[in-house]
Design a protein around this ligand. Structure first.
Ligand code: NIG
Ligand code: FE
Length: 402
């Protein structure tokens, strides 16, 4: 818990110290109790500019002009939601109602949202993104990824990415969400569009390329062609893999060194072995299983095999209409075999790993000052008290925003 030599004097004028933190999650095993969460009891954090500059025990904190008393509450790194689909219009209440009366989820509902999104103005899409981001921020999310995928024309996909890029650097081109309804009889031509003209229009606005590798969407060969073309255009791959059935998505993701294989609901032992052998994170999206009444992904099996696991919301109007990382943590602990500590790690450091980021998802000198104060004495309460709005204050890039 050593402070940088400069902290005491150099930062005093402008820095903020948050003191009296009952329990601080740093996600830095070299700090605090030496566990993966790097827990420090009775802690303080010093923020200068957009960075953390000092972390340690409250009694040793340097004096600064601005002092915030955490009042014996817990502090965690801001959540890193590494998988969402926020550029859309409309909702799918009728589909949800039907599902809750016994109808199965089929990704065909995506077409409903594609039609609504194409018909929406830029302003309406922008307003939607802003609204769902505000929801997420109020629940502690300070970094998020979001995707296109409800446009499926050159213009509509590029538009979605331009809107997304106004809100985050973690923008993903998902022209390969489903085969566009305009190409229903000619999927090969749609793949050519996705890997050609649409990619050219979209690549400048995105960091990542994604494909929904699933029966009824894109098969392994199509997914490989799409991701390979994306890589050649400078995008990094991530994959919607093995959500609704067993399939080639996970092993393809590892083969192409995708940052993440997302969903991972149906996994063979070979899939688990592949994930354990590579650097591809398994991102689990319990909101999707909740909302589709599907079987839960087995987080325990993955963690026991030494796979890096992330938790994200998958926020979208079809399969998972939640922006709440605390809700996903509660589900993961109750139904996916995760401990509260593992779930907290996966929702913060795990999400950062899924975005190949080291500046977020942890609280240590040099990291971005993104954190949440919980109205609870420890992060365990996020799972222990499900549905309770425990996030009481949020700092993002060194500024208090909630
Ligand atoms: O991640 N699986 C594909 N895409 C989304 C669902 C999108 C939708 O139903 O609108 C998902 O679950
Ligand atoms: Fe998704």
């Amino acid at each position: 818990t050593a402070a940088p030599a400069t902290a005491n004097n150099a930062v005093a004028a402008t820095a903020t110290v948050i003191t009296n933190i009952a329990s601080l999650v740093t996600n830095d095993p070299s700090l605090g109790d030496g566990s993966p969460l790097g827990l420090i009891q009775d802690a303080a954090v010093v923020i200068a500019g957009d960075r953390v500059v000092w972390i340690g025990e409250s009694s040793k904190a340097p004096a600064t002009d601005n002092r915030v008393d955490a009042g014996g509450r817990a502090v965690i790194p801001g959540f890193v939601d590494s998988h969402s689909h926020l550029v859309f219009a409309g909702d799918r209440t009728a589909e949800f109602n039907a599902r809750m009366s016994g109808q199965a989820y089929a990704a065909g509902g995506i077409r409903t949202t594609v039609a609504a999104t194409r018909a929406a103005t830029d302003e309406a899409l922008e307003a939607n993104v802003t609204r769902y981001l505000r929801e997420a921020l109020l629940q502690g999310t300070t970094t998020f990824e979001t995707k296109s995928g409800y446009g499926l024309t050159v213009e509509d996909e590029a538009r979605a990415l331009r809107i997304a890029a106004r809100h985050t650097d973690e923008v993903t081109y998902l022209g390969a969400h489903i085969v566009s309804p305009d190409f229903a009889d000619d999927p090969a031509s749609y793949v050519s569009l996705v890997t050609g003209e649409m990619l050219d229009a979209c690549a400048p606005h995105a960091r990542w390329i994604d494909v929904f590798c699933e029966k009824g969407a894109f098969d392994g060969d199509q997914a490989r062609a799409i991701l390979t073309a994306g890589k050649a255009a400078g995008l990094h791959p991530r994959v919607h893999a093995n959500q609704l059935s067993y399939g080639p998505g996970v092993q393809l993701a590892v083969e192409l060194d995708a940052a993440s294989a997302d969903h991972c609901t149906h996994l063979t032992q070979a899939d688990v072995d592949a994930l354990a052998s590579g650097d591809t994170v398994a991102t689990l999206l319990p909101g999707a299983e909740f909302s589709t009444r599907a079987e839960w992904p087995d987080a325990r099996r993955l963690i026991d095999a030494d796979v890096t696991v992330a938790l994200s919301t998958d926020c979208n109007p079809g399969s998972s209409f939640t922006s709440s990382m605390p809700f996903c943590i509660a589900l993961a602990v109750r139904d996916m075999g995760m401990t509260p500590n593992e779930a907290l790690w996966s929702a913060t450091a795990g999400g950062a790993a899924a975005l190949r980021r080291t500046d977020v998802g942890r609280l240590a000198p040099g990291a971005r000052a993104d954190l949440a104060i919980l109205d609870a004495p420890s992060h365990v309460h996020l799972a222990y008290r499900p549905g309770v709005p425990l996030v009481s204050a949020v700092w993002r890039r060194g500024e208090q925003v909630v």
